[in-house]
Design a protein around this ligand. Structure first.
Ligand SMILES: [Zn+2]
Length: 118
């Protein structure tokens, strides 16, 4: 698994959004099984659970947001939220770090390619 240059909060938010749509689609698919109420109930329940899960994730993002550090991206100049010691800019995916010792280390291009490094 390589290091992805994308913002963590954005990733979680995208996942929650996908989950909402998945839930709606699953519930919709359940309508095709109206002759078999058991299957329909199962689909409805699954879809409902997916929507509940995404709501929980949205709450979780809210909680995480309070722990994030706001920094101004040196690349695009926009204010972005960072989660953890290393994260990417929300707008341009510029790798950012709060730890000076990790600078150029965590997101080193060679770090991504282990074949070259070893
Ligand atoms: Zn940026």
């Amino acid at each position: 698994m390589g290091i992805k240059y994308s913002n963590k909060i954005n990733k979680i938010r995208t996942f929650a959004l996908v989950l909402i749509f998945a839930g709606i689609i699953i519930m919709y698919l359940g309508l095709f099984f109206q002759r078999t109420p058991l299957v329909m109930t199962l689909f409805m329940l699954l879809g409902f659970l997916a929507i509940i899960a995404s709501t929980v994730i949205y709450f979780w993002i809210g909680m995480l947001s309070s722990k994030t550090v706001q920094v101004v991206c040196p690349s695009c100049g926009k204010q972005t939220k960072m989660l953890g010691r290393v994260d990417a800019c929300m707008y341009c995916n510029e790798p950012l770090t709060l730890d000076k010792s990790l600078e150029g280390k965590e997101f080193n291009e060679e770090y991504n390619n282990k074949k070259i490094k070893e």
